[in-house]
Design a protein around this ligand. Sequence first.
Ligand code: AMP
Length: 411
Amino acid sequence: MRDIVAPESARFRRFTEVFGEVVEPAGYRQIIPPMMEDLGVFTRLGDATDIVTKEMYDFVDKGGRHVALRPEQTASVCRAYVELRPLTPWKTWYSGPNFRYEKPQRGRFRQFDQVGIEVLGADDPYLDVEVIALAWEFYRRLGLRQVQLLVNSLGEPDDRARYVDALRRHFEAAGDALSEQSRETLNKNPLRVLDSKRREDAPIIADAPTIDQFRSDAAAAHFATVRSGLDDLAIPFVIDMRLVRGLDYYRRTTFEFQGGTLDSAQNALGGGGRYDGLVEDLGGPPTSGIGFALGVDRTLLACSDERVFAAPDDAIDVFVVDTTGGREALLITSDLRAAGISADRAYENRSMKAQMKAADRSGATFAVIIGPDELTSGTAIVRPLRGESEQGTVARADLIFDLTTRFPGRT
Ligand code: AMP
């Protein structure tokens, strides 16, 4: 687990802000779920899911409750829905860390952040399009250009079940030609074998039956509307019939966004889909759901690779150098901050030279200098550290006003 420090921390914060700016105007409102839940909230995601069976940070608390740090937030949103029974459609967005006991590498961490949305209680293919379009718009706002959208439909639960049977038969027929890992996966969830990146599995996967042969008319019609809606919004996509995604609950639409610059094992920037049954399993009424989660860390890596969405400029406006004891610096920085101008200062009454060095290092646009002469004469020196303007002496009484005119639009 890492520390995220400036300037990357500012980038993280801005990332979440931009996400809110994209989804709030579409009617999504923020939910801040707890970071820990009863273990049962997550085990309902399915025992064929690695994030539940292998990667969970779960423990027994001092009250004897078996709890877990959340590995994702969809289950928490559904649990909250069951408790709060809000009006539907319930459109939520979230951000924050999740925890998975995975092998850390570039783009994969044990604590990682996601932003996401979930909509509960509406089963309309145009909602699927809206949800996908919001993620697409978010990538556009970040400036990412090399994102590819993959879509698929897993059909209705019955279609999916028949497909899973056909897959099982197909992979079982391959016998030992299938990798040992995939044979193990096959026992738990034949769909996940399609995700195998092992070379020996590739030809067997290529010959596997595809979901389109199993979709019911209703599921096929839903998918057709989703595709035509994406076309209407001019959002490019690729149909990937192998896209099954992790959770057992997914049905009908699934989608994933892949970055063009990352290693193939870590190139999924985010993904989501329709899910049913989760709310019901948590004690609520039958409720359809759809949503996505986007990985913050990985998306920021993609932004760095594409040289977009740089950390915001965090340089200070004014650095106050005070060699008369520090009280002037206290008053001036306080007044400047109140006037909307960012201000920093040196401490411990250091020498003029040491304080000027700190001023340079701060990246400030101006230094304000108060020495014994200025204190006596009631003046201050304003020295530009960047840019073209000239150094000047200003009456102490006019100093704050003088500086506000140099930063128009701050107050
Ligand atoms: P998932 O919840 O598994 O569908 O993941 C959604 C997105 O979260 C992925 O596409 C990644 O961008 C991100 N993600 C998932 N697991 C990790 C991890 N261990 N470290 C960093 N990002 C992750």
